[in-house]
Write a protein that binds this ligand. Structure first.
Ligand code: FAD
Ligand code: SF4
Length: 349
């Protein structure tokens, strides 16, 4: 029986691999980096939203079924370099530390995820590469995980911290015409963690509109606002400059309809998601059409079919198919495994 290939060892790929292996299928799990876990592990997430559990501990829940299952052949530091044929007769070339190898697989799940928007792009005006105290959500995750939220410029505790939402998302000028779905929740979660470490700091979130859907609204947004006294300000930040040793946020308070200029010790940019280079490369290699924003497209673009692509036997899961939170990613990973097994069992997938 031919194995199922899973490309990408993040939350979606891990659940897909464990799902197919759990029902007795052989799986080859290919991960480009030298460690499984995807963005939550590679980027040192602190706690998960919305349940606020330690991210590294929580990830063991989906890592150990893969690591313990002898049906999963994990290939770290490995890339897919060529794909020939059609499912269920795909011939895939893998390139790892020990050289190249051709494997025959019956179906494939692409779970190559997202990358973070680079806030240094020319259209951005937030001084990320100029000012030490301008951070991204990722930089903040690392500091919060270490339980040390200090100003990078001088190692002191910040007295004021703000988050700027929608950096690189919902932006027609740069062509990223999507909402990245998680950043309002993640910024609110991080603001709670900052207040827990630094109860005297003033914390602000500058937003266009807050999008904390489902239970995130109650568990994160209201907790930040009511319990932790985080200040949410509807406003557009157009520029960050420096005055003395402080940053200055310039823009417009859109509720009050007036210009604003606020000094700040630390600014966190809520950078959005873009398709990862691996997602773009796998789309080309597996000959998968992209949907019109540039992510891997789903067959029929139907909300009722979240993992099938236009190629029979090739499935997509998680953030390779568009902005996704962990619930989306792991749920789709499970569904992709089921559909891949169903496809190989001769069912219509
Ligand atoms: C700062 C931040 C915090 C977040 N916190 C939360 C949270 O608390 N709760 C929540 O629900 N969501 C959160 N998210 C969203 C969460 O990160 C994603 O939902 C999740 O990581 C998507 O999983 P994935 O497996 O689809 O992709 P990824 O996590 O991107 O994993 C993709 C994997 O594929 C690998 N890969 C890429 N290309 C190739 C290739 N060519 N060959 C082989 N392997 C390849 C990558 O190395 C990676 O391991 C957060 C996002 C950000 C930006
Ligand atoms: S989740 Fe919030 S910050 Fe992220 S793109 Fe959507 S509205 Fe903007």
């Amino acid at each position: 029986m031919k194995p199922i290939l899973v490309v990408g060892g993040g939350p979606a790929g891990l659940v897909a691999a464990a799902g197919a292996a759990g029902v007795g299928r052989k799986v080859i799990l290919v991960e480009a980096k030298d460690k499984l876990g995807g963005n939550p592990i590679h980027n040192h997430y602190s706690v998960f939203t919305p349940n606020q559990v330690d991210a590294e501990t929580a990830m063991k829940e989906i890592l150990s079924p893969v690591e313990k299952n002898p049906n999963v052949d994990v290939r770290l530091s490995t890339m897919v370099t060529a794909v020939e044929g059609e499912a269920p007769n795909l011939k895939v070339t893998l390139k790892g530390a020990k050289g190249e190898e051709k494997v025959d697989v019956g179906a494939a799940v692409i779970a190559t995820g997202f990358e973070h928007f680079d806030p240094g792009r020319e259209t951005q005006v937030y001084g990320y590469y100029e000012y030490d105290d301008v951070l991204t959500l990722l930089d903040a995750e690392k500091m919060l995980k270490a339980k040390q939220f200090l100003r990078p410029s001088n190692g002191q505790k910040p007295k004021s911290v703000c988050f700027i939402q929608c950096v690189g998302s919902r932006d027609r000028q740069i062509g990223n015409q999507w909402c990245s779905k998680v950043c309002c929740g993640i910024a609110s979660q991080q603001s709670i963690e900052v207040k827990e470490l630094l109860p005297d700091a003033k914390v602000f979130i500058f937003y266009i509109d807050m999008r904390t859907y489902g239970f995130w609204e109650d568990d994160i947004y209201w907790k930040a606002q009511e319990e932790k006294k985080v200040n949410y300000i509807r406003g557009i930040v157009t520029e960050i400059t420096k005055r003395g040793d402080q940053l200055v946020i310039k823009g417009e308070d859109t509720t009050m309809g007036r210009p604003m200029e606020v000094p700040m010790d630390v600014v966190v940019l809520s950078v959005g998601m873009e398709p990862s280079p691996g997602t773009k490369a796998m789309a080309k290699m597996f000959n998968l059409p992209l949907e019109h924003h540039g992510w891997i497209g789903r067959a029929g673009n139907s909300p009722l079919n979240t993992v099938s692509t236009s190629r029979a036997g090739v499935f997509v899961a998680g953030a390779a198919g568009g902005p996704a939170d962990l619930e989306d990613s792991t749920s789709q990973g499970g569904l992709a495994a089921l559909k891949a097994v169903g496809y190989l069992n001769g069912l219509k997938a």
